[in-house]
Design a protein around this ligand. Structure first.
Ligand code: UTP
Length: 404
């Protein structure tokens, strides 16, 4: 195997990965060779990040006023679907939270001031509201990464799952992709380990399928999965009204959205792309798209996504065959320096590769953009201070009468 791998690396101009092989024990050597054998080298392809876009149009969105007119009916449909065991929740908790600069899983961050209130706890509290309302447990699938899996599980154990039923919580680990430096070289994280990073939140369904938890999915009556980010402390998951509105609308997926704070707000917004539901990133929008308004005065591209999607499982199965675009992100990534010691850079130094859950929306036949009040449902914790920070999230939690 060693010779074959060496030849392959030679062809790819990556032989430096074997620089320390002679110093390694036989166990370490096998570990390194096995890892290299299983690496996805497609990240070295120059065209990997290509994501050609089509032509955009404003989407249909269900505004809060429209939802209010049918709120009771939607809730009824949603509660019934939950009681019938048709809806599962998927918490995306495999991210590295590098902007927050917290060296543990982001869900372990204590957002409390006078008392402990962990991000995971905020989310579970919100989900428990629905469990009480529906009088039924909701299966919760938690996606972790190779790096944070053990710590995350231990944290849930130590805190008694924050009052959730542990039988209804299932963890699965997302996959990894190698990282690449600015010279196009794969990096070593240690003498016997190639540097890899979680492959983005778009890999969640494939990782679920590959892990045992998929069997649970198939053995159950589950039809819908509500996927959401770990870092929005006001996130309302498996919201009966949202679930019911999607089901009653006959659409095959749904996305919670918030009205943009200003035309220049840096959020991805719902749109139609070549007639299909899609999300256009703020940097992909022309000035005309950013500022265009509808006859009622609302921005034409008004609805920002908050990473809370509802997908139909049978459509996800179909979409598995389609490759999602891979996005390249320039990040601070530790690596083994020339002297054989680990370097922890202060500035971004290398690329990690990610597929994104928002690209899955485009694979759905239809998607209901469902507006929620941003003050009540959108408090992302991305940064330490400033926009979308611990400070701003605390303010919004207080606004919603959450004791901190
Ligand atoms: P972000 O895009 O904010 O990424 O994740 P991040 O890694 O958490 O944070 P930064 O960019 O390094 O500061 C949005 C959601 O997707 C999850 C995160 O846990 C969060 O819930 N995610 C992201 C994954 O589950 N896996 C990934 O590989 C990336």
């Amino acid at each position: 195997m060693r010779n074959l791998i060496a030849e392959r690396l030679e062809l790819l101009d990556q032989t430096h990965l074997l620089k320390y092989i002679k110093e390694l024990s036989s166990q370490e050597r096998n570990q390194l060779l096995r890892q290299i054998d299983n690496l996805d080298f497609s990240v070295l392809d120059d065209n990997i990040a290509e994501n050609k876009r089509g032509s955009f149009e404003p989407p249909f969105a269900m505004s809060i006023e429209e939802i209010d007119k049918n709120r009771e009916q939607y809730k009824k449909t949603g509660i019934q679907a939950i009681r019938d065991g048709k809806v599962g929740a998927v918490l995306l908790a495999g991210g590295q939270g590098s902007r927050l600069g917290f060296n543990k899983p982001k869900g372990m961050f204590n957002i409390g001031v006078n008392k402990e209130l962990f991000i995971f706890q905020c989310l579970i509290n919100n989900l428990l509201d629905v469990v009480r309302e529906a009088e039924a447990w909701i299966p919760l699938f938690v996606m972790t990464s190779v790096q944070n899996d053990a710590e995350t599980k231990q944290f849930f154990e130590e805190h008694d799952y924050f009052g959730y039923s542990s039988d209804n919580v299932m963890f699965f680990v997302q996959e990894e992709l190698p990282t690449v430096d600015v010279n196009g070289k794969l990096m070593l994280a240690d003498k016997n380990v190639v540097s890899t990073a979680p492959n983005g939140n778009g890999g969640w369904y494939l990782s679920m399928v590959k892990s045992g938890v998929f069997k649970i999915l198939k053995d159950n009556k589950l039809e819908w999965l509500n996927v959401f980010a770990v870092d929005n402390v006001l996130q309302r998951m498996v919201d009966p009204c949202f679930i019911g509105a999607v089901i009653d609308s006959g659409k095959t997926s749904g996305s919670k959205v918030v009205a943009k704070a200003s035309p220049d707000e840096r959020v991805g917004v719902m749109c139609l792309e070549d007639g299909k539901p899609s999300i256009v990133e703020y940097y992909e929008m022309t000035d005309e798209m950013r500022c265009s308004r509808e006859p009622d005065g609302r921005l034409s591209y008004n609805y920002g996504v908050i990473l809370n999607y509802l997908f139909r499982i049978k459509d996800l199965d179909r979409a598995l065959k389609i490759k999602l675009p891979v996005h390249k992100a320039f990040k601070k990534i530790n690596y083994l320096g020339d002297d054989g010691t680990v370097v922890k850079p202060d500035e971004p130094n290398a690329y990690k590769f990610e597929t994104l859950v928002l690209d899955m929306v485009k694979l759905q036949d239809s998607c209901l953009a469902y507006e929620v009040d941003r003050k009540k449902e959108f408090a992302p914790v991305k940064n330490k201070t400033g926009v979308d920070s611990v400070e701003s999230a605390r303010e919004l939690l207080k606004y919603n009468n959450v004791e901190l």
